[in-house]
Design a protein around this ligand. Structure first.
Ligand code: UDP
Ligand code: MG
Length: 319
């Protein structure tokens, strides 16, 4: 049985040698064949050279260079499409997710699971802001999402061929891979681990990207934000009714005109809600537009290393 390892890399030149070393060690415990697919997601440093050097040294390693930076989720998708294994293991290049967990994950898959995902028990070396926002994000997503998406779970996981094929059949452009696996179903189980600090370089997820990623996740897995608009409308109707009572009451009792303060308050409240509602609709509309264009997810610029041909052929026969 062939095992594939998929790693998206963007500006990770310093991590790659140790990454490969630890991956090779982790896969050696595995008696079958294994291949490693390293995807260079438009890096501007020496990542591609580092990948090529590794491909020369190790026969089972392949490199894929995308034509430009497409983002973590698309780079991961590119690697997943390239993987030929019966089981596919995916992790980040910065070694925040320990490759040494592979044997445990394999053992769980042997017990009949299709997806074994890593659940972060603790995050080392990440600021309180990232920890708090990540914690909040997973809980919010779970409340809003129509399918249960496991909390504190990234893309670090081992998946079976049929689970992967199910995900690869989903054509959407806004890719939220952990959610897509959750949606695919099959038997899934989590395994807890401690997320290490980054090996080298810095995070490629600044706040702006994190917000976009979070909205992509919410918008592709829930239409509840759209329904917020309706709820807000009810809320404002109730408030408006109360205001009306108050205005009439003060007119009759004191013969007074309502002050400008309350007027301004009401106007800003209502226009705030209108803008929010429009904004939510815009977010969905924008995503619909992107999906409707139906462009390819990525283009491959260069490829290096060799596929393990005989294995691939026998796999193709099996399927
Ligand atoms: N990554 C990528 N393309 C991007 C951003 C990130 O391929 O546009 C890769 C990156 O090299 C790493 C993984 O995705 O292997 C996760 O990124 P990062 O470690 O920066 O995210 P964090 O762990 O801080 O959430
Ligand atoms: Mg990281």
């Amino acid at each position: 049985m062939l095992l594939s390892v998929v790693v998206p890399c963007m500006n990770e030149e310093d991590s790659i040698p140790l990454l490969v070393e630890r991956l090779v060690a982790a896969t050696e415990a595995w008696r079958g064949l294994s291949e490693i697919v390293l995807v260079d997601d438009g890096s501007t440093d020496g990542t591609w050279d580092a990948i090529c050097a590794q491909c020369k040294d190790h026969p089972g390693i392949r490199g894929l260079k995308l034509s430009m930076n497409r983002g973590h989720q698309v780079a991961l998708t590119a690697g997943l499409m390239e993987a030929t294994g019966e089981r596919v293991f995916m992790l980040d290049a910065d070694l925040q997710d320990p490759p040494e967990l592979l044997p445990d994950m394999m053992a769980m898959m042997d017990r009949g699971y299709d997806v074994v995902y890593g659940r972060r028990k603790e995050r080392k070396g990440e600021g309180w802001f990232k920890k708090v926002t990540a914690h909040g994000f997973y809980r919010l997503l779970n409340r809003l999402s129509d399918v249960p998406i496991p909390n504190d779970t990234g893309d670090f996981r081992l998946v079976s061929r049929r689970a992967l094929d199910a995900v690869l059949e989903m054509p959407e452009r806004a890719r939220f891979i952990r959610g897509m696996f959750a949606w695919a179903g099959f038997r899934q189980i989590g395994i807890e681990y401690v997320r290490d600090p980054r090996l080298a370089g810095e995070t490629k997820y600044p706040l702006s990207k994190m917000i976009r990623f979070a909205f992509d996740a919410l918008a592709s897995f829930s239409i509840k934000p759209l329904q917020i608009a309706t709820r807000l409308a009810f809320l404002t109707l109730i408030i408006a009714a109360l205001m009306a009572v108050y205005v009439f009451w003060s007119l009759i009792m004191y013969n007074a005109v309502a002050g400008w303060a309350s007027t301004v308050l009401v106007i800003s409240f209502f226009s705030g809600i209108q803008l929010l509602t429009l904004g939510i609709m815009g977010e969905y509309l924008g995503r619909l537009y992107v999906e409707a264009k139906g462009r390819p997810l990525f283009f491959v610029d260069e490829q290096t290393g060799q596929t393990i041909e005989p294995v691939v052929e026998s796999l193709a026969k099996h399927r």
